[in-house]
Design a protein around this ligand. Structure first.
Ligand code: FE2
Ligand code: FE2
Length: 312
């Protein structure tokens, strides 16, 4: 275990902490362990595997923390200062204003859109479950806000309004097949980091910050994706997941910051730093995805000049 921590903090580590293979192992483990199941046939072997994978998970998370801890330490810890800093991430946060999204809205072909959505879908950790894990033993006001947010994720009790199945409908309608094997490591890393923060209580405040960062920044990306889908002739029921998040998450973000972040920081300013770390970990993981997507999608575009010529 000690060697993992040492390796993850090495000055010459790769741009993505840990290898693609490790991200696949973590993603596979998360899929297995979070599924409802029966007691294992061999409890000792299950505990050994659990302990091995948790060591990898925590080492990965600590490597991500090490990258942003200095920046997070500079965030204010008083309520007003922190909220202003946090809301400012919509402009200044890692990955904000990435050129990928104007391109998705205005230029991506249907094939390119499919590839992008497949990566995004495979890297989706399930916002509803992340909220559910995070809210355990939270102080009352924050807990209530996470409950309201969760209820919205559940379509307020209407199966047709549930966000998870809404994304599932889009995957089905576009005939996408998101798999761990075909997903880039950056996208798996994003989901692995979110799951790690939500399921480890030592990172509960990080998770509150990371989930708040998603609510803050999702509307812009969702609007661009919905616009691209509309341009490519996709009907409203297919675009619904992105159309919805383009507007609903603006309200979710305001409520999260007011009802969860504010009272939690007022009660203990040390949480501000943990939330700042969580938010920066999430945004940096997103920025890595966008850069990788561009390198994949735009190299394809450049290597196929005939496509543009055919359409011209
Ligand atoms: Fe949602
Ligand atoms: Fe939301």
């Amino acid at each position: 275990m000690a060697s993992l921590f040492k390796w993850s903090r090495a000055a010459d580590r790769p741009a993505l902490p840990f290898t693609a293979e490790q991200q696949r192992r973590l993603a596979t483990w998360n899929r297995e362990r979070l599924a409802p199941q029966f007691p294992p046939a061999d409890p000792d072997a299950a505990l050994v595997r659990e302990s091995e994978m948790r060591a990898v998970e925590i080492a990965f998370l600590e490597a991500l923390r090490a990258e942003i801890s200095a920046e997070a330490a500079a965030a204010p810890t008083d309520v007003e200062g922190f909220i202003a800093w946090f809301e400012g991430l919509i402009e200044t946060g890692p990955g904000q204003g990435d050129p990928l999204f104007p391109w998705i809205a205005a230029e991506a072909s249907l094939d390119q859109m499919h590839w992008f959505l497949e990566q995004e879908a495979a890297g989706e950790a399930g916002f509803d479950d992340l909220v559910a894990y995070t809210q355990v033993k939270m102080p009352q006001q924050a807990k209530l806000e996470l409950a309201r947010n969760y209820w919205d994720e559940m379509g307020r009790g209407n199966p047709k309004g549930m966000h998870g199945p809404m994304l599932g409908h889009l995957i089905e309608a576009l005939d996408l097949a998101p798999t761990i094997e075909d997903t880039v490591a950056e996208s798996l890393a994003l989901a692995n980091a979110m799951t790690a923060m939500a399921t480890n209580r030592a990172y509960a405040w990080h998770s509150v910050g990371a989930l708040g960062a998603i609510e803050l920044t999702a509307p812009g990306r969702s609007a661009a994706t919905a616009m691209g889908l509309r341009r490519l002739g996709q009907p409203p029921e297919v675009r619904r997941y992105f159309d919805l998040h383009a507007t609903l998450d603006v309200k979710h973000s305001e409520a999260w910051n007011r009802e969860a972040l504010r009272p939690l920081v007022a009660e203990d300013p040390a949480r501000a730093t943990a939330m700042a770390e969580g938010a920066l970990i999430r945004l940096k993981a997103g920025a890595r995805c966008f850069a990788r997507y561009r390198s994949e999608l735009w190299s394809v575009r450049e290597s196929r000049p005939t496509e543009a010529m055919v359409h011209a």
